[in-house]
Write a protein that binds this ligand. Structure first.
Ligand code: PLP
Length: 349
């Protein structure tokens, strides 16, 4: 196992710590039967905890890979500014990695509706936000989109745009680390992989790698149901601005609602797998897909001949804390205990 003792030292200790390939494997945790309604059908469901990457979210992997590939190809020479389109996870990860490659000036296009909390997070990490009004019906290459504006800025000398929506180093990061780990951790016994669709880097990288080793693998893409909100993941309409040809890597699509995503991530968190709304969405994608298979009596079609099980894996992109207030908006209040003596509180929102 890589870096079993989990020690980082010497002058490049932090840079090494930010490298997903120099860290121990991320946990793959099986859900208990209380969270898995199909455990009696010999279906096993595993959460892959991408939120345990050094930067606390899935984007640490593509951020490191995008910057490292540009460094190795010589593209970072003379660069003093990075511009990305991202409202949080990606640009924060890019900023922390880029500083170790000598680039300190980081800017990010953010949508006008960005939450104040997320904006504060960018300022916390020393990132300069550029507020942009996104087109209502974005398509790939729309000049008014933050994605295109960041790309256009990178035409100037000394500026680069990592380009998470079209740079293949994003899915390649998942081939290099995520899929490789899942393959080894499951000993190749994986039958269903389901991930949320944001930039689609996670699903493309894992699908490419895992299907090349096991063509019978079912890849399920989980997207937001129309007009439903889940941070980091897109609706079908919003996926139109993604530059990757993600559809050819996905066998099946599940549409998931906001309330279900938040509730399932709350349930996982209370059980000890502390993950955020888009993890709930990916988990919901697994459950909805299994529900459809069971209704059509198709479990045996997928069941692994050797183990007799159906093994499902879904990645958990980040934790719940950046969205804590949103849980009280989207989850039914009956899920929360009452506050005793609430009238005595001195600080109430
Ligand atoms: C919280 C969160 N969930 C899910 C995703 C989706 O992952 P991907 O961009 O690889 O499709 C992202 C990506 O930004 C994210 O930040």
């Amino acid at each position: 196992m890589q870096n079993q003792l989990n020690i980082f030292e010497g002058p490049d200790a932090i840079k090494t710590f930010l490298d997903p390939g120099k860290n121990p494997y991320l946990p793959l945790v099986e859900l208990p039967s209380t969270l898995n309604p199909y455990s009696g059908d010999n279906v096993r469901i595993f959460a892959k905890l991408m939120n345990m990457l050094p930067l606390g979210n899935v984007k640490a992997a593509p951020a490191f890979n995008m910057i490292e590939e540009k460094f190795l190809s010589g593209e970072l020479e003379g660069v003093n500014r990075i511009v990305e389109n991202s409202s949080g996870n990606t640009v924060s990860s890019v900023a922390l990695v880029a500083r170790h490659f000598g680039i300190n000036n980081i800017q990010s296009y953010v949508p006008a509706e960005i939450s104040w909390h997320k904006l504060l997070m960018l300022l916390f990490f020393g990132i300069e936000p550029i507020v942009n009004v996104e087109p209502e019906n974005p398509v790939e290459g729309d000049p008014q989109s933050g994605v295109s504006k960041a790309r256009a800025d990178a035409m100037k000398d000394g500026v680069i745009n990592p380009g998470q929506y079209h740079n293949d180093a994003n899915p390649r990061a998942h081939e290099r680390w995520t899929a490789e780990q899942i393959w080894q951790q499951t000993s190749g016994n994986i039958d269903i992989f389901c991930a949320g669709l944001g930039t689609t880097g996670t699903i493309i990288g894992n699908s490419r790698s895992l299907k090349s080793k096991k063509p019978s693998l079912r890849v399920v893409g989980a997207m937001r149901a129309p007009d439903n909100y889940v941070p980091g993941v897109r609706t079908e309409k919003l996926l139109k601005m993604v530059g990757f040809d993600w559809r050819k890597h996905v066998d099946h699509i599940e549409r998931v609602e906001t309330a279900k995503s938040y509730r399932l991530s709350l349930e996982m968190s209370r059980a000890g797998i502390i993950v955020g709304p888009s993890s709930g969405l990916a988990f919901a994608g697994v459950l909805q897909y299994l529900e459809g298979l069971k209704a059509e009596n198709r479990f045996d079609e997928i069941r692994n001949g050797k183990t007799g099980n159906i093994t499902c894996v879904f990645p958990c992109p980040d934790g719940p804390l950046p969205y804590l207030d949103e849980y009280f908006k989207y989850v039914d209040p009956t899920h929360f205990p009452a506050i005793q003596n609430e009238e005595l509180l001195l600080n109430k929102p």
